[in-house]
Write a new protein. Sequence first.
Length: 233
Amino acid sequence: MELHSFTYNLFQEQTYIVTGDGGRCAVVDPGFSDDIEKADFFGRLESERLVPEAVLLTHGHFDHIFGVAELQSRYGIPVYMNEADRKVMDDPDACLGRLWPRLPDRSFRITPVRDGDVVETAGLKFEVVATPGHTPGGICWLLRNEKSMFTGDTLFAGAIGRTDLKYGEYDDEIRSIMEKLMLLDGDIRIYPGHGPASTIADERTGNPFLEPFNEAEEDSDTDRPPIIIHPEA
């Protein structure tokens, strides 16, 4: 596996090209939004002689989908996304859409995926890990053999995704991270939707947003049931 990363658009979103066999590749969250960014992205594909075979979306917020329609139009490739985020993608108020000078083309066709699915493309196996919270249909794409995961806006280096936007749910976000991502091998490298890469181990021990929940785990019996975040009275 070889990785090409780009920082695009108003929100400094991270777009990834993940290469597999023979120049075949998958694109995670194509966020290029203007002619300069478009030329940069497609120029890299051309210079590296890469051919996209799929688009993998972590969620439906505008900053992560600006380039999707053009990629599908040019290459006729599938776009994989959790169907639960369709309502997020179609709602400008769900992701500060009023701030954008223009809205992304959302006419592309999606191929729905859900937790546990495996998308085999470009000679790689991308596992779907459903992580609702930042959005209801948020997912992470795990390359288990390559020890890599694309976490979108669920988990960042030293932070977690915001949940104050429309459809966001804080309790779901914490459950997704603590009960799924933090149980993965510590040497898995994470590539988030914004900011630098990290590892599961580094976030497990050093992410200040997760520290209270890590302490709760350490203080509890090993046989206790999973943490219930903000239980109802």
